[in-house]
Design a protein around this ligand. Structure first.
Ligand code: ZN
Ligand code: ZN
Length: 594
């Protein structure tokens, strides 16, 4: 009787395991969540072969006594709802309490734990059956080892991707959990090499450095706001550093990593024209929302959430991002030899503490052991941050730009300016394009814009298809200042044009707008305000290889400075870049670099 009972349980676990234990990252996720629940301050993760061969999670949390260790392997042993936060969590994860049993049914799993750091207890299950348990010595906290994941379910094992992509999936999760718990210390070792560490500093800037590298840390903008029913803290990396996908737009809601399609898009909209097309920002959004406003029932095992006042929240978010971006300078500093990977390594090499005072630290490339005092590491990190502060040039009030003096123009395209510690290069086309874009965007939003009647009307011939679009949109053209009149036979004349349009570009402008209408199959021109403004601003701007006079340069820079965002063209390319004196000195080897 007892035997049958046991078999059906492990069978049930095996079935449950298929649903909850998808791959090594789901094991890591489950075990790390348990460590966090146990009030751990530091969590160390050891992995082998992308976690497929070996996963060991060691924490310094509360630990478990003998009974708890035994109970952990029994399904539903840990599901306790203590408060609303737990409820949100349980709803999001959906399978609390079954996880350990599920993992133990598809691996060899050992839990070793101690409450007092003296006496410990250890228990091992293999394929869902207990094979060993003993009293042992252990540090305070819990260590869980999972060996040979899916060894008894070869069908599932076959579906595992390479160790590299399993590791990538684990690290994606570790990054998110570090963001949601900035005061926790995480260390990850893969095949005996330290590959990731956070200091648990509780500083977002430091955290960004630990995850995305020193350059990103130098470019953090933070801002907070409170709205009805929620509180938000935004951690943005300036748009000079970006990614090719939206994955680094992270949302942490009530301490949990969650996803929301509309919020991600609101962030992308906030960065509009600050980034090149197809590029996305690095952003962490912290939301504290009244749990009653969050609907986690979209899918019980998915992280996707819905928020009851989502539309309003998204609009506010976009505005706040624009405000935050407008409040700082975005002149990207260019180095000839970008040593991004070296910089990322430096931060690993320089920060860290595991214990209060000293830490045993294994250098990544040399594998030699050194002991570094906590104080030393901290100072070197602080020096780095101070260094970046000094590099920032004092900015005159009410100007977006630091003090800049015109030196000359190169290639008929780039204006050179000298600052105090840097030289600046301005792309004259991009600069004027930005100014024109903001100007036209405003103008197009105004339905009663000034127009001029043409003394000699311009005649245009269209194809039949084009003519049909013109006919059905004649009022829309009028709204932005173009009065077209049909002469029949697909021939038209333009009698009136907006004041801003250049006479010799009128026909190309009309074609431009027409093609937008045809491609988008919409009739409201105001709808395409942004696209039209981009196209006409490009057309109306000085081209490369055109030498500007000194007066033209002065007025160009003055105009650019009046823009809301003078740092990128409407297509997201920089209008201005900086080359620091220090970089020049490095290039001429006046100062030594590694
Ligand atoms: Zn252009
Ligand atoms: Zn452009």
């Amino acid at each position: 009787m007892g035997k049958i009972e046991k078999m059906s349980t492990s069978l049930a676990n095996l079935i449950a395991a298929g649903e909850v234990v998808e791959r090594p990252s789901s094991v890591v996720k489950e075990l790390v969540e348990n460590s966090i629940d146990a009030n751990s301050k530091s969590i160390t993760i050891y992995l082998k072969n992308g976690g497929l061969d070996y996963i060991n999670i060691v924490d310094d949390g509360d630990g478990m006594d003998e009974d708890d260790v035994l109970m952990a392997f029994i399904p539903h042993a840990t599901s306790k709802i203590k408060n609303e936060y737990d409820l949100l969590r349980i709803l999001t994860l959906g399978f609390r309490g079954e996880a350990i049993a599920s993992i133990a049914s598809v691996s060899t799993m050992t839990i070793t734990s101690s409450v007092d750091g003296v006496k410990g207890y250890s228990c091992t299950y293999k394929a869902g059956s207990k094979i060993e348990s003993e009293v042992t010595h252990s540090n305070k906290g819990t260590s869980v080892i999972v060996k040979g994941l899916f060894f008894n379910t070869p069908a599932r094992l076959k579906y595992m991707k390479s160790a590299k992509s399993e590791l990538a999936s684990i690290m994606f999760y570790i990054d998110r959990i570090s963001m949601s718990k900035p005061s926790l210390r995480f260390s990850v070792y893969h095949d005996d090499k330290l590959i990731f560490q956070t200091t648990g500093s509780n500083s977002y800037k430091t955290l960004i450095g630990e995850i995305y590298g020193v350059e990103a840390a130098k470019n953090v903008i933070e801002s907070s706001y409170i709205a009805d029913g929620y509180k938000t803290h935004l951690v943005l990396v300036k748009p000079s550093i970006y990614r090719s996908n939206k994955l680094e737009i992270t949302m942490i809601c009530n301490g949990r990593y969650v996803k929301n399609y509309n919020i991600t898009n609101a962030v992308v909209d906030g960065f509009h024209t600050y980034l090149p097309i197809g590029k996305y920002p690095i952003v962490i959004l912290y939301f504290d929302i009244d749990p009653l406003l969050v609907d986690v029932n979209v899918h019980p095992t998915k992280t996707e959430i819905k928020i009851s006042n989502e539309e309003e929240l998204c609009m506010r978010l976009k505005d706040e991002i624009i405000k935050a971006l407008m409040s700082t300078t975005h002149i990207p500093e260019r180095e000839i030899n970008k040593k991004e990977s070296y910089l990322k390594q430096t931060i690993f090499d320089n920060i860290y503490s595991l214990n209060e005072n000293t830490t045993e630290y294994i250098s990544n490339d040399k594998e030699e052991k050194t002991v570094i005092t906590n104080e030393k590491i901290k100072t070197s990190m602080e020096n780095k941050l101070i260094e970046t502060k000094i590099e920032q040039i004092p900015k005159p009030i009410e100007s977006h730009f630091p003090h800049m003096e015109y030196v000359g123009t190169i290639f008929g395209t780039y204006l050179i300016f000298q600052g105090i510690y840097s030289i600046y290069l301005v792309d004259q086309h991009a600069a004027q394009e930005r100014y024109n874009y903001e100007k036209y965007y405003e103008l197009l939003g105004n339905p009663n814009q000034p127009t001029t009647e043409l003394l000699i009307p311009i005649s245009i011939h269209f194809t039949k298809e084009e003519a049909l679009y013109i006919d059905s949109n004649i009022d829309e053209f009028l709204k932005i200042g173009f009065r077209l009149e049909s002469l029949g036979n697909n021939d038209y004349v333009i009698r009136e044009i907006p004041l801003w349009a250049k006479l010799d570009e009128v026909d190309s402008l009309v074609y431009e707008i027409l093609s937008l209408l045809i491609n988008n199959k919409k009739i409201d021109i105001i709808h395409f305000r942004d696209n039209i403004a981009k196209q006409i601003s490009c057309k109306a701007s000085i081209k490369a290889n055109h030498q500007l006079s000194r007066i033209e340069i002065d007025s160009l820079m003055k105009n650019l400075d009046t823009c809301k965002n003078p740092f990128t063209c409407p297509h997201g390319r920089p209008t201005i870049i900086e080359l620091s004196q220090k970089d020049l000195e490095k290039m001429f080897e006046r100062i030594q670099t590694k």
